[in-house]
Design a protein around this ligand. Structure first.
Ligand SMILES: [Zn+2]
Length: 309
């Protein structure tokens, strides 16, 4: 099945035309849309959708699958979370609300490109080393939760990050791109992974197998995919940030159990080499994400503890 590469025109910004790059595969309208590149400093999803398109090229498809290869080209070209053309976070402006800013127009185009699909998988990555992690959003109805669980069973992630259901959690989610897509009909599954330096083959293989099982669940493919491993944990996520500037040195193994006050890593302070600072787990649980050896600024994310729900 040969992919059809095309571009949806978004805007003529005074001599520079803006497009949304699209790959359509298979017959008929897309039942599954996979979105990459909402945030310009998250390039890992492009590796995964490359593997997906190569895998689908060798199959007979029964229904359409669409890949939005780079949702936020201006931010990707600036290697920044959002583009400095308008400083709008594409994940926090819904469908753009008809606004004239370029990121708003692009968000509207992404939502439009997803319309008519049954399921949208929205791919992101963290700077922290992250296993295949899917999000359970707040405030869902029982029907939404049941549909979500079927998609999670097909994706088979290592970790499900279960959001709290406080009014603040629900408010933040209601303003997201994912919520804007769901208001048009499709069900959205948000998926996270590692940044490029730590995106390894086992993680890519697990993510690709999961996407193919979701495609089979939607009857886009007719063959049985690799069986899931079903070793996932469902957790609430407790984020720990760098207390100062310096080099973070990881010590604890990703995915391991933590007791409260266990040392997860050390900070080599910028101005006091020789006086390392131990950084400890604030709670017991699983070490679900952590940085590799990196330079950090005060407040940078360094690890998360997952508390089983
Ligand atoms: Zn992101």
């Amino acid at each position: 099945m040969q992919p059809h590469y095309h571009r949806l025109p978004v805007f003529d910004a005074g001599g520079m035309e803006l497009h949304l790059p699209i790959v359509d595969l298979g017959p008929g309208p897309a039942r599954l849309v996979v979105v990459a590149g909402i945030h310009g400093d998250e390039p890992s999803p492009l590796v995964l959708v490359d593997r997906l398109v190569i895998a689908l090229r060798q199959r007979e498809l029964r229904a359409g699958i669409r890949v939005v290869a780079a949702a936020n080209v201006p931010a990707l070209l600036q290697r920044a979370r959002w583009s400095t053309w308008d400083d709008e976070d594409m994940n926090r402006i819904g469908d753009g609300d008809g606004g004239p800013a370029l990121t708003r127009r692009l968000a509207g185009a992404v939502v439009g490109a997803c319309e008519g699909a049954q399921v949208v998988v929205n791919l992101h990555n963290f700077v922290m080393r992250t296993p295949l992690l899917a999000i359970q959003p707040p405030g869902a109805s029982p029907e939404h939760r049941a549909r979500h669980e079927r998609l999670l069973a097909a994706l088979d992630p290592h970790v499900v990050w279960v959001f709290g259901s406080s009014p603040n959690d629900e408010r933040i989610f209601a303003g997201s791109l994912d919520a804007a897509i769901e208001r048009r009909g499709p069900h959205v599954l948000a998926v996270e992974m590692s940044d490029l330096p730590e995106l390894d083959e086992p993680l890519l293989a697990r993510a690709l197998a999961g996407l193919l099982r979701i495609a089979a669940l939607l009857d886009c493919l007719d063959d049985i995919e690799r069986p899931p491993r079903r070793n996932r944990v469902d957790v609430r996520r407790h984020l720990v940030r760098a207390p100062g500037a310096g080099i973070f040195e990881p010590l604890a193994a990703l995915g391991g159990r933590l007791q409260r006050d266990d040392v997860v890593g050390e900070l080599i302070p910028l101005e006091r080499p020789g006086e390392r600072l131990a950084i400890r787990a604030p709670d017991g649980g699983w070490l679900i994400q952590r940085l590799g050896r990196r330079f950090v600024r005060p407040g940078d994310m360094i690890f998360t503890v997952g508390e089983p729900v």
